[in-house]
Design a binder for this molecule. Structure first.
Ligand SMILES: NC(=O)c1ccc[n+]([C@@H]2O[C@H](COP(=O)([O-])OP(=O)(O)OC[C@H]3O[C@@H](n4cnc5c(N)ncnc54)[C@H](OP(=O)(O)O)[C@@H]3O)[C@@H](O)[C@H]2O)c1
Length: 235
């Protein structure tokens, strides 16, 4: 009998980086369920669960995934919202919504997923943060606050869980990647980013997915780690 198949949940798996992570996990034989806010008309066969970080019932989502897959070994909290504007321009309700979506939303999901990850015996939780949480960026005080808090959260959670249950908690910090999130960047802003990036280009969702799968699945002695995948933008 071969080794049991791993079972994973990826949030925001219908597009962008999340979609590439779902594909990379599936390619290596992991059973994957992902969340999406929109029904997937073109791919009704995909294992999608509806979920909104702002008002979703995290316990109920995790229950549905556990029932569907028979348990959970890996949870990749990829879904995230970006909204920008300099501090005096971004209305406080929008500022706090960005923090709510990215930080509160992921806190609730991590909290709900932990019992299943502990039961796995080889549980892994990966939070998708951003280099903006490390270096900051003009117009991004909300996004940077949420994304940097995710690192502190992950490290504390790694310490709470590693010794007793072996659950690993890690953070991926992508740099600038071509997805819907970056299509709104103006030409000048885009060029400035490319000029600052050692590899001289934006990354692809597939390149980020490779690093996500490495950290979530292969890096069995990594916990509390932050892996920066940014083509050298933060150097
Ligand atoms: N692209 C970059 O340059 C970059 C750089 C660093 C970090 N990141 C991070 O990487 C992750 C994926 O981003 P992406 O580049 O793939 O962006 P994207 O193509 O815009 O996708 C965003 C994803 O987040 C989901 N999402 C957004 N708000 C949500 C909410 N309120 N509830 C549930 N799901 C929600 C979306 O789900 P729906 O499909 O249902 O809308 C979508 O799957 C995010 O956490 C982002 O912050 C991106």
């Amino acid at each position: 009998m071969g080794a049991a198949r791993r079972r994973a949940l990826v949030t925001g798996g219908a597009r962008g980086i999340g979609r590439a992570i779902v594909a990379a996990l599936s390619d290596r034989g992991v059973d994957v369920v992902f969340t999406s806010r929109q029904p997937l008309k073109e791919q009704p066969e995909m294992a999608a669960e509806p979920y909104d970080l702002l008002d979703g019932d995290a316990e109920e989502l995790i229950d549905r995934c556990v029932r569907r897959l028979g348990g959970l070994d890996t949870v990749i909290l990829n879904a995230g919202e970006w909204a920008g504007g300099r501090i005096e321009k971004l209305p406080p309700q929008d500022w706090w919504r960005v923090v709510e979506t990215n930080l509160r939303g992921n806190h609730l999901l991590a909290r709900a997923a932990l019992p299943a990850l502990r039961a796995s015996g080889a549980g892994s939780l990966l939070l998708v943060s951003s280099v903006i949480g490390q270096a900051g960026f003009p117009g991004d005080t909300a996004y940077a606050s949420a994304k940097s808090a995710m690192t502190g959260f992950a490290r504390a959670l790694a310490k709470e869980n590693g010794r007793e249950s072996g659950v690993r908690v890690n953070v991926l910090a992508p740099g600038f990647v071509d997805t819907d999130m970056t299509t709104g960047l103006g030409e000048r802003a885009r060029q400035r980013i490319v000029d600052r990036t050692v590899l001289g280009r934006f990354g692809t969702a597939e390149e980020i997915a490779k690093a996500a799968v490495f950290l979530a699945e292969d890096a069995t002695f990594c916990t509390g780690a932050v892996l920066t995948v940014d083509g050298g933008w933060t150097l």
